[in-house]
Design a protein around this ligand. Structure first.
Ligand code: NAP
Length: 478
């Protein structure tokens, strides 16, 4: 994709074009937004700062395109999605390179994100044909007092224009997880990518462009969320908003009108560790769960709640593994890479300083160079510390020592967040009971929280899934 021909089509000088009406366009605003490379802290790319007038036009063409798309047979919609998925996977290297430069994602993980996204697009096409190909049939005499005189047929219909807003940490995967289900269901899409990650998203959209979707069905408008966000989310042409990100989602929910909202927001995913847990397994999962992509994952382990009697041993095991994490640039595929922005690094530092002032035990020395923060485990964290409740979205992990399982559950449930959590124990009965008591959308048993595989439910309270990871091991052991 980095081929000159492609870039000539989607670049205007050194500014990436936005995508509307099946064409790559330069904004008439004459303004651009710089994307800062988190590693070098220098401008890496520029994207168009789209105007309100351009958003209006995009909404009009999205509405028109959706009408005829809804009449396009399901199998044809699926065919185009499969094509886009294949093109996306073909261009994985070029898109991954953008992810490395825009959001400092380690090189291998960046490739994985693109491949996984292609698989998800195909999966949605496949499932969509089945789910949308079915309807419901009711007869009236199944309700008291009725004769068999009425029939009711129901089927799923599209919503219309879907506004998709993904976050910086998975700008490709969390964009396609909105785009593919929307398209297969007969909707059109207006994508507002995160600023950091916008160029990877534009390359991804280019793959959909190559697949040959009708004009106007997919658009990608760029610009800072703080500048065009409100105009987009309050636009009367939008029939549904699918948003993933932080507290911005709360503000959007308050402003959006009477339209369906799909909100995937932050997490303070708790990891509860019982005295009978396999502590080597726990330590390995805390490292994977807490420090992958430098902790910038909604499903990262964000607080460890460990029973006091095994806390010393667990902390020692985690410390030993933290020492082995490589720290450096994403191009070298380091475990810990710079966090996405200077403001993010400053926020994390604020949480660390607060914990220091209030007496947390530092298992490593706090070290920061620019946006690069070395992995840090904070032991003996207490509930009066900010880090006990706030989401650092960085490589800093608090450990709270608890005296009972109830104390752990209480802390988990007192959180404002309710995304994921995990519990480690060899006792499957306890594991199930604790999972049930944790007010989190998904609880993993004996494994770190995670979204994948991507077809598993990924939900927030009040719905719930309990993922029995390593259940077989438990049954063999027990
Ligand atoms: P964010 O600051 O909330 O931004 C998310 C998206 O909203 C970006 O595309 C951003 O664009 C846009 N935006 C900003 N202001 C807006 C406005 N006024 N109107 C409309 N859109 C606006 O979140 P982030 O820092 O990118 O991502 C990290 C957060 O996402 C964490 O809290 C993490 O836990 C959460 N997350 C949740 C899930 C999940 O599935 N639950 C998955 C991944 C991440 P700009 O970049 O241009 O500002």
């Amino acid at each position: 994709m980095a081929a000159t021909g492609v870039l000539a089509e989607i670049l205007d000088g050194d500014v990436y074009k936005y995508y509307a009406d099946g064409e790559w366009k330069k904004s008439t605003s004459g303004k651009s937004v710089a994307i800062i490379n988190p590693t070098t802290r220098k401008p890496q790319y520029k994207v168009q700062a789209c105007s309100q007038e351009e958003v209006n036009k995009v909404m009009d063409s999205a509405k028109a395109a959706q009408k005829s798309w809804a009449k396009t047979p399901l199998w044809k919609r699926a065919e185009l999605l499969h094509k886009a998925a294949a093109i996306l996977k073909e261009h994985k290297a070029a898109i991954a390179e953008c992810l490395v430069k825009e959001i400092a994602k380690p090189a291998k993980d960046a490739v994985t994100e693109v491949v996984r996204s292609g698989d998800l697009v195909s999966y949605c096409a496949e499932e969509g044909v089945r789910i949308l190909g079915e309807g419901k049939f009711l007869v009236s005499d199944s309700f008291p007092g009725n004769e068999r005189t009425k029939y009711c047929l129901t089927s799923k219909i599209p919503l219309g224009v879907i506004l998709a807003i993904p976050p910086f940490n998975y700008p490709v995967n969390l964009a396609v997880s909105k785009i593919a289900p929307a398209l297969i269901a007969g909707n059109s899409i207006v994508l507002k990518p995160p600023t950091q990650g916008a160029v990877a998203a534009l390359h991804m959209v280019y793959c959909f462009h190559l697949a040959g979707f009708p004009k106007g069905l997919i658009s990608c408008v760029t610009g800072k969320g703080s500048e065009i966000g409100d105009f987009l989310t309050m636009h009367p042409g939008v029939n549904c908003i699918s948003f993933t990100g932080g507290d911005t989602g709360i503000a959007i929910s308050k402003k959006a009108g009477m339209i369906p909202l799909q909100m995937e927001l932050g997490g303070k995913d708790a990891c509860i560790v019982l005295e009978d847990a396999d502590l080597d397994l726990v330590a390995a999962n805390i490292i994977k769960g807490g420090f992958s992509y430098s902790g910038q994952r909604c499903t990262a382990v964000k607080v460890v709640l460990v029973i006091e009697s095994v806390a010393d041993t667990l902390v020692e095991k985690v410390k030993a593994k933290v020492a082995k994490l490589s720290v450096g640039p994403p191009e070298d595929d380091c475990d810990i890479t710079p966090v996405v922005s200077e403001s993010s690094a400053n926020f994390i530092e604020g949480l660390v300083n607060d914990a220091k002032q209030k007496g947390a035990t530092f298992c490593q020395e706090y070290k920061r160079e620019g946006n690069l923060i070395w992995p840090l485990l904070l032991d003996n964290v207490r509930p009066d510390m900010r880090i006990a409740w706030e989401e650092p979205f960085g490589p800093v992990l608090p450990v709270i020592r608890i005296n009972s399982v109830e104390e752990g559950i209480h802390h988990c449930n007192a959180s404002n967040f309710g995304l994921q959590g995990c519990v480690f124990t060899k006792d499957i009965n306890k594991a199930m009971m604790i999972s049930d008591a944790m007010e989190s959308g998904t609880v993993q048993i004996n494994s770190a929280p995670a979204r994948g595989p991507d077809h598993f439910p990924f939900q927030v309270k009040p719905t719930k899934s309990i993922q029995l990871v390593r259940l077989i091991d438990i049954m063999v052991d027990g």
